[in-house]
Design a binder for this molecule. Structure first.
Ligand code: FES
Length: 105
């Protein structure tokens, strides 16, 4: 079991306890933060699963793919820590990670 601290679009913080499998998007969605989130179901085509991660978490992840990069470029809210949660494998290394859901575009 791992715990993520997820901040939703209204600024409310949630302690998301989950098993380290699947993707970060699935953990957030299955917890119940579904309002306008992950609308394509994880097919890397909607960018509604845009999240902001801190540098320590980013360093644990594989680089952004060209498809992910293109979708993030279309966001008005892209930051250095931006990722698409459906492209982030949920591993035990992400235990205690802070995850902020980006504002909707
Ligand atoms: S769920 Fe659509 S791009 Fe991630």
């Amino acid at each position: 079991m791992i715990t993520l601290t997820v901040t939703d679009r209204e600024g409310k913080t949630h302690a998301v306890k989950t098993t380290p499998d699947g993707t970060l998007m699935e953990a957030i969605r299955d917890y119940g933060l579904t309002d306008g989130f992950a609308l394509c179901g994880g097919h890397c085509s909607c960018a509604t699963c845009h999240v902001i991660l801190d540098e320590a978490v980013l360093s644990l992840l594989s680089p952004v793919s060209d498809d992910e990069d293109g979708l993030l470029d279309g966001s008005d809210h892209r930051e250095a820590g931006s990722r698409l949660a459906c492209q982030v494998p949920l591993t035990a290394k992400l235990d205690l990670a802070d995850v902020k859901i980006a504002p909707a575009d």
